[in-house]
Design a protein around this ligand. Structure first.
Ligand code: SF4
Length: 196
């Protein structure tokens, strides 16, 4: 990673006042030049930050759709939205190979158990996006047949509003999730569990 450096490379310009450094017309020494070259070519980070960065660049979603929102979700792999930019185009058919579960649509009571099973089969770390009004709150389906938010059975990291959210909305949610991961915010299952 390139690092911006100030124009001056002389130690004297940084406050070191030895006689040799103040020698008129003296340029940067070999050591100073090598040090400057190394600093301009290296980027230092921590292992945790490097791992978090890698996780956001290979966060594979599970192949899973529930209702009308799923149609919008499918379009994010198209060239117009191009989720491959984030290394995420590989929707996995096995939850064991997926990091991200996008709940795209209303959750009927009948689907609650299969969703919970899929979530439990995903390896940690794993994240969940509730896409749309129905997945987030039951939406217009305020009745006994529909779960009034998927967070009653699995922990949710990001809620995307809308009915349906446009693909741009889902992309916004994904980018917000990436920011959380890179900032070191723990996944929802680590901090909150499910809603009571
Ligand atoms: S939020 Fe709207 S588009 Fe999405 S599943 Fe519910 S009714 Fe369908």
């Amino acid at each position: 990673m390139a690092v911006d450096r100030p124009k001056s490379q002389r130690l004297a310009d940084h406050g070191l006042q030895s006689e040799r450094l103040l020698w008129p017309g003296k340029g940067p020494s070999e050591f100073e030049q090598e040090l400057g070259d190394i600093e301009s070519q290296l980027g230092l980070t921590t292992l945790d930050k490097a791992i978090a960065w890698a996780q956001t660049k290979s966060m594979w979603p599970d192949t899973f759709g529930l209702a009308c929102c799923a149609i919008e979700m499918m379009s994010i792999v198209s060239s117009r939205y191009d989720i491959a930019r984030f290394g995420m185009e590989a929707f996995r058919s096995s939850p064991r190979q997926a990091d991200l579960l996008i709940i795209s649509g209303r959750v009927a009571q009948k689907m609650a158990a299969p969703i919970k099973q899929i979530y439990d089969q995903m390896l940690e770390p794993k994240w969940v996006i509730a896409m749309g009004a129905c997945a987030s709150s039951g939406g217009m389906f305020n009745n006994y047949a529909v779960l009034q938010s998927v967070d009653k059975i699995i922990p949710v990291d990001i809620y995307v509003p809308g009915c349906p959210p446009r693909p741009e909305g889902l992309m916004e949610g994904i980018i917000r999730l990436h920011e959380r991961v890179q900032a070191g915010v723990p996944a929802a299952y680590e901090v909150g569990g499910v809603a009571k």
